[in-house]
Design a protein around this ligand. Structure first.
Ligand code: GLU
Length: 449
């Protein structure tokens, strides 16, 4: 890359920092993409001339709103709601809602930015957006969660629509929350507009496999990375961080494909079960009882629980970070590589810090970045939208086959793109470049938008 080009990209990055002060996660996500784009501008000078990078880094629209609600004792709470409609060049804004106390504009913008490229990689007609709130659903009753969701949607509904913006779940937003949100949307608009939200329940517009899709898809991606190296998942020892929706279905598919999952975690600690994680117990604790993973060890005497433990210090061949952003740092990456890890697939969004990514790329292990590896969730959301639009519902086997084909294709595209742009084996570059080119081409075609 020429010095002038380097300077140009650095200047764009500095402008992003200056215009979005204090939004560290957003800066991190932008930097990672910009670092891949030098060779793209050489090949496509029109992207430079049309200032596509500058435009892509600025969301089309950002909505911030008050969410007042009452708890079961009648006390009033005020949370902040967000929806960042990042890019709609290739389809309606699409991306989840996150309810977690850490949520602020910088988190939603990093997630929305990632979503633009991820969605483009799926090959489906979906733009990128993300939303959420700093509301903490932990410890709240069903009634409280319902009142919160109704208040949240009372503002958000005016910004949504099946042709405009289609939210789904993310951390803290699952089937229960999507139900309350959809119910309130339906009531406010007096329309049964199934395609306005995805992750709906089976029986009221939901798609089979959507719940499993992010985890299953991430495992398919790792399977493909290993296949490209003439290896496979059979018999591999794996650790999966987290124990939420993504982690649970990552474990399920790993086990189905003959791998052995020896550890999972939550924000309080790590469970190690050398015999293999008992997934039905994890599902019972997390999906039914909504409890901590610490309880796993009280019900399985041969499992160990490490309060505050670091899951990345456990020797394994495959690691799947499936909890949250920046959960795996440079030191963790060094420990994994030293202990013999050969593949990492990101089920979460941006779980590996830039130092961690550097360690994996330098060690030349198979590293699948979230943008590519966890795209199965949103891809299956797009399949749900297809079913809604055609008033149809597909079987589990048919939908899962489609998911598998999409993940296999994303792997092939990111692999080939990395090759083409001189970054052989580097899926970070492959995913950033392939996603960017799809969106950039559409933006050029649509004029100055
Ligand atoms: N929150 C998921 C993601 O990060 C899914 C989004 C969706 O299905 O719209 O991709």
């Amino acid at each position: 890359m020429s010095a002038v080009l380097c300077e140009r990209i650095e200047a764009i990055y500095q402008q992003v920092i200056a215009r979005n002060p204090g939004e560290d996660e957003f800066h991190q996500a932008v930097k990672e993409v910009l670092e891949s784009l030098g060779p793209v501008l050489v090949k496509y000078p029109e992207f430079s001339e049309q200032k596509i990078i500058e435009r892509i880094c600025e969301p089309e629209r950002q909505i911030i709103f008050r969410v007042p609600w009452q708890d079961d004792r009648g006390e009033v709470h005020i949370n902040r709601g967000f929806r960042v409609q990042f890019n709609s060049a290739i389809g309606p804004y699409k991306g989840g809602l996150r309810f977690h106390p850490s949520v602020y504009l910088g988190i939603i913008k990093f997630l929305g930015f990632e979503q633009v490229f991820k969605n483009a990689l799926t090959g489906m007609p979906i733009g990128g957006g993300k939303g959420g709130s700093d509301f903490d659903p932990k410890g709240r009753s069903d009634d409280e969660v319902m009142r919160f969701c109704q208040s949240f949607m009372t503002e958000l509904y005016r910004h949504l629509g099946e042709y405009c913006d289609v939210p789904a779940g993310d951390i803290g937003v699952g089937g229960r929350e999507i139900g309350y949100l959809f119910g309130q949307y339906k009531r406010l608009t007096n329309r049964y507009e199934s395609g306005v939200l995805t992750g709906k329940g089976i029986g009221w517009g939901g798609s089979l496999v959507r719940k499993e899709a992010t985890g299953y898809g991430a495992v398919y991606f790792v399977r493909e990375m290993l296949k490209a190296r003439k290896s496979g998942l059979e018999g591999k020892s794996c650790v999966v961080s987290g124990s939420g929706n993504v982690a649970i279905y990552t474990i399920e598919k790993l086990q189905q494909l003959g791998a052995k999952v020896i550890a999972c975690s939550d924000s309080h600690g790590v469970v190690i079960h050398e015999r293999g994680i008992d997934l039905s117990l994890v599902k019972q604790l997390k999906e039914v009882e909504r409890r901590r993973i610490a309880d796993y060890a009280t019900r399985h005497k041969d499992a160990r629980y490490l309060a505050g433990g670091n899951i990345w210090e456990i020797p394994c061949q495959v690691a799947m970070p499936s909890a949250t952003q920046n959960e795996l740092n440079g030191r963790d990456a060094v420990a994994l590589v030293k202990n013999g890890c050969i593949a990492v697939g990101e089920g979460a969004n941006m779980p590996t810090t830039p130092e961690g990514v550097r360690v994996f790329l330098e060690a030349k292990i198979a590293f699948g970045p979230g943008k590519a590896a966890n795209a199965g969730g949103v891809a299956t959301s797009a399949l749900e939208m297809q079913q809604n639009a055609s008033r149809d519902s597909w079987t589990f086997a048919y939908t899962e086959k489609k998911l598998d084909e999409i993940m296999t294709r994303i792997h092939a595209d990111t692999y080939a793109t990395a090759e083409e742009f001189g970054a052989s084996g580097n899926y970070v570059a492959g995913a950033n470049i392939a996603g960017f080119i799809n969106v950039a081409n559409a933006m050029v075609a649509l004029g100055l938008i």
